[in-house]
Design a binder for this molecule. Structure first.
Ligand code: FE
Ligand code: CA
Length: 505
């Protein structure tokens, strides 16, 4: 246990307690906890060149806290907190599940910091984090992950990420899964399918009991996005999954979005309002790299022709069908038109380039993916093609396997040039133990723009320099029991000014 008793007097804290910009009232509580209040761990996220979000939740194992709790935070240049960079206090309120989102600024770019929280005389574990770089930097390193079904495996992948030298971790969605306990699982969900705010809170709290998940949050800032399972499998905008429980879906979605805010290191700009939550956003790492973080679920029109693989689905070409919604599409196209970063990484949820399969001689496409929204995909592709000089790279999760694809205007023309590159990363656990290899996978034959396939679990380690973007597929052979070693199954690079991935080992 790295939790320590910590004697802390209120007289040392700053004069203002902040919840948003609201000053605290007299009578706010600084209770003494009998149990560790930091059972959900700590996290940091959304780094800027001068700031970071520090996150925790006041959740003692016994009875939940009552009323408002004052939580002090501090961030230091050193692990022993001798040189404090910033400190402050925020209120954890019951309306937000006693979550804490401290938005720190005034830090230095590209620096490692250590942080902790103090509440009720108890100190949290110490976290390490890092601000974004600024100016003309030479390198940014990050890992990206997705899909961490609790029941389908252990978080061995996170144990390996702990040993990586990366500046941040990008999570592309399916941080939790909503389903009731399943059969033949590695470990069980502890409640039926989640519907209410309390259900979602309890599900996140369960996932947060995993020591590897907590440790990876303590070690790196996260940039998170969200796919379907944080709410409901394959939902689209206001439309639930086909066989979802008969409940008011917008109320369910609002509960899910609120719990997501409560458990993620997001900024106040992502505080849900009237059941909506803005999470699409951009983050800069100097002149080298800009992330465009997408939200492909909240504003979607319903999948055409039902979910899953379809052939001959006219609705996929419907000009009014949208994955991003009109406002987010305008934002993204404007981002691509005006970005000055050397590399532009679209943190995307579901595959952008097609992954056709052939059944009885006909090609079928998965309409839950961008292939169900061809009109918008075409407009985004044109925006990518117009800014080939801005080196667009799409990173994607969702499908629980790895692949690499050229993004093209015309996938039926094998000689058409790539206009961007897509790296699809596999799951942390979802799908359970995978299979190695895949060079003979039928997907590769049916999709000449795809150049790698593997069905194991893992993560993608990316290193970005002025000249190259490299992506290492770091994979493990099993997650059903502990201790799987990690290996680099493949490395691809994209050269500056030359869209499309090249295999490099
Ligand atoms: Fe998933
Ligand atoms: Ca998904």
């Amino acid at each position: 246990m790295n939790r320590r008793k910590f004697l802390y007097t209120t007289g040392q804290t700053a004069g203002f307690l902040l919840l948003g910009c609201m000053p605290a009232r007299r009578g706010d509580t600084r209770p003494r906890f009998r149990e560790d209040p930091f059972t959900a761990g700590i996290a940091s996220g959304d780094p800027t060149a001068d700031g970071i979000v520090l996150w925790t939740r006041i959740a003692p194992a016994g009875a939940p806290p009552i009323g408002r709790i004052a939580v002090d935070w501090e961030i230091a240049h050193d692990e022993s907190f001798r040189r404090i960079a910033r400190r402050g206090s925020v209120l954890a309120v019951p309306e937000l599940g006693h979550s804490v989102h401290a938005e720190v600024n005034g830090l230095e770019p590209g620096r490692t910091y250590w942080y902790r929280f103090i509440a009720g005389g108890e100190a949290s574990p110490i976290g390490r984090t890092r601000t974004a770089t600024a100016g003309d930097v030479d390198a940014v390193r990050f890992a990206f992950v997705s899909c961490q079904h609790w029941e389908q495996g252990l978080y061995t992948v996170y144990e390996h990420i702990l040993h990586e030298d990366v500046d941040l971790v990008v999570h592309l969605g399916d941080y939790i899964y909503e389903n009731a306990p399943g059969a033949n699982v590695v470990r069980s969900h502890d409640s039926p399918e989640i519907i209410t705010l309390d259900d979602y809170r309890r599900r996140y709290a369960l996932y947060k009991t995993d020591p590897a998940l907590r440790a990876v949050h303590e070690a790196f800032p996260f940039v998170v996005s969200r796919d379907d399972h944080e709410v409901d499998n394959n939902y689209a905008g206001v439309h639930p999954a086909e066989n979802a429980p008969p409940v008011d879906f917008l109320a369910r979605r609002a509960a899910a979005y609120q719990a997501y805010y409560e458990f993620m290191p997001l900024r106040r700009t992502s505080l849900p309002q009237n059941g909506e939550q803005r999470i699409y956003r951009a983050l800069d790492f100097g002149s080298l790299l800009r992330f465009q973080v997408l939200d492909g679920r909240q504003y979607r029109t319903d999948q055409p022709c039902g979910d899953g693989y379809q052939s001959d689905c006219a609705g996929a070409a419907d000009p009014s069908a949208t994955m991003l919604g009109a406002a987010q599409e305008r934002w993204l196209i404007d981002e691509l038109a005006h970005t000055r970063a050397r590399w532009n990484v679209l943190a995307n949820q579901v595959p952008f380039a097609p992954s056709a399969r052939i059944r009885e001689g006909t090609r079928q496409f998965d309409v839950d993916k961008w292939t169900g929204y061809l009109s918008q995909r075409g407009r985004v592709t044109e925006a990518l093609a117009a800014r080939r000089d801005a080196n667009p790279v799409i990173i994607t999760g969702d499908v629980h396997v790895s692949w690499v694809a050229d993004v093209k205007r015309d996938y039926d023309d094998e000689s058409a040039p790539a206009v961007a590159t897509e790296f699809v990363g596999t799951s942390i656990t979802s799908g359970g133990d995978g299979r190695a290899g895949g060079a003979d996978n039928p997907l590769l034959r049916a999709n000449p723009h795809m150049r790698f396939f593997d069905a194991r679990r893992g993560y993608v380690r990316c290193a970005v320099s002025r000249d190259t973007f490299s992506a290492d597929y770091r994979l493990v052979d099993y997650v059903s029991r502990p201790g799987a070693p990690v290996q680099t199954a493949a490395r691809f690079i994209v050269e500056n000014g030359r869209p499309g991935a090249q295999r490099d080992g």
